[in-house]
Design a protein around this ligand. Structure first.
Ligand code: DSN
Length: 425
């Protein structure tokens, strides 16, 4: 059959865009070639509703092996007792946890979206805010999670679940403190580690597993796998909240979560993506991945210092992880203007609300900058200075097309030092 030139030309065009640009979206990364190749393989043809050994279709013996391998590798990474690798995304993983633990109308407490939280942590625009009664905590004026506010709201509202984790937060979390707040009211703690998971996997940040009952993540950010979600328990438990399955039976939390993924929220799992997850998990278990995580943190520190030296205002004055949030108000720029202008220079990042922002989420006062992708490209600390200098040139002359065009050319030349998928020609 003839190749669909129209589509494959567009795929090639996207590859060239990725090769020639500086990718700073904190939630993006570049998978290895074998992770990407695994996604375009035969398991995409297979229906496998259910779980290994308990499927609703015949012919699942091979995908059973693939899924079991992915589960076992993931459990090893996080020293987990149980894992589900089927969620199609982080949002789906969170949705399944909600379904397993909560009844509609019950209360949840999560970080406010406008303070760095995530849509699925109770935003009114999301199923989580529509189905459950959502309360929020924020960050202090210093940009650090306001644990006192978390405690005050938790004691007052007695939510059934407290969610920790963020999309735009550059500091580590005090999971022990969150658990003690939850224990005071008998709440479940869900840690959504979608952003820092790769750094946690390498032991470079606090470990949420011993303090949080349930942990979810995406697999495509700092974990550097295919797009997808996962749910894990370090210790399975007979749930003390008396939560029953749809037939009215008390179950272990692992069973409730399995049921909530399938048949609760999803049908057939994407076994080709699960194969790619297994490959990525194998990579995470190597020393190379630990070295990658260490370089991510060194690069983030170097980039933060380079921004500060140019007078940029970093929320919380710095970073512990892979990203930083920059308030551009002292530079007389909005996040929207910065994102759009940098895009023209092939420097990609996203506008982001900063805590206590006075602008709408479509405009915002800030940008979020992350280093996982450029670290995968091979950049080191000294390169962070170059990247920040390029960003600064564009932002300081945001209406000068000539400067933007010059920087675009320099960006493309600079990125030739960091080949991306050379095997693909
Ligand atoms: N869209 C992701 C991010 O950029 O952080 C969160 O879902």
């Amino acid at each position: 059959m003839q190749k669909d030139k129209q589509v494959f030309d567009l795929i090639d065009k996207e590859l060239e865009r990725q090769r020639n640009g500086i990718e700073l979206i904190a939630s993006e990364n570049f998978t290895s070639l074998q992770v990407m190749q695994a996604m375009g393989t035969a398991p995409t043809n297979k229906y496998a509703e259910g779980y290994p050994g308990k499927r609703y279709y015949g012919g699942c013996e091979v995908v059973d092996e693939i899924e079991t391998l992915a589960i076992e590798r993931l459990k090893k990474i996080f020293r987990a007792q149980w894992a589900n690798v089927q969620p199609h995304s982080g949002a789906q993983a969170n949705g399944a946890v909600f379904l397993a633990v909560m009844k509609p109308g019950e209360k949840i407490l999560g970080l406010d979206l406008s303070m760095g939280g995530h849509l699925t942590h109770g935003s009114p625009a999301n199923f989580s805010g529509k189905t459950y009664e959502a309360f929020h905590y924020g960050v202090t004026r210093d940009g650090i999670v306001d644990y006192e506010q978390m405690e005050t709201v938790a004691l007052r509202e007695k939510p059934k679940m407290i969610i920790c984790g963020a999309s735009a937060y550059s500091r580590d979390w005090d999971y022990q403190r969150i658990r003690s707040i939850a224990d005071a009211i008998g709440a479940v703690v869900l840690a959504d580690i979608a952003h820092p998971a790769g750094l946690i996997a390498s032991g470079l940040l606090n470990d949420p597993f011993d303090h949080c009952h349930i942990v979810t993540s995406t697999t495509h950010k700092t974990l550097r796998g295919p797009r997808g979600g996962i749910i894990m328990l370090r210790h399975d438990f007979e749930n003390p909240w008396g939560i029953k399955d749809p037939k009215g039976n008390l179950r272990m939390m692992s069973q409730l979560l399995d049921l909530a993924v399938f048949p609760g929220t999803q049908g057939g799992p994407l076994e080709h993506v699960i194969a790619a997850k297994a490959v990525a998990f194998g990579e995470i278990l190597t020393e190379d991945f630990k070295a990658y995580g260490q370089q991510v943190i060194r690069n983030a520190q170097a980039m933060a210092a380079a921004f500060v030296s140019r007078g940029y205002h970093l929320i919380s004055e710095g970073t512990d992880n892979h990203l930083m949030l920059i308030d551009l108000r002292n530079k007389n720029l909005t996040g929207k203007k910065a994102q759009e202008t940098l895009d023209k220079a092939h420097i990609t990042l996203n506008k982001n609300a900063v805590p206590f922002d006075d602008k709408s989420p479509f405009v915002t006062s800030g940008i979020r900058v992350g280093v996982p992708a450029i670290t995968t490209r091979g950049m080191k600390e000294k390169d962070m200075e170059t990247v920040v200098a390029l960003i600064d040139r564009v932002l300081m002359q945001a209406d000068d097309e000539k400067t933007i065009s010059e920087v675009r050319t320099e960006v493309s030349a600079f990125m030739q030092q960091f080949p991306l998928y050379p095997e693909l020609g």
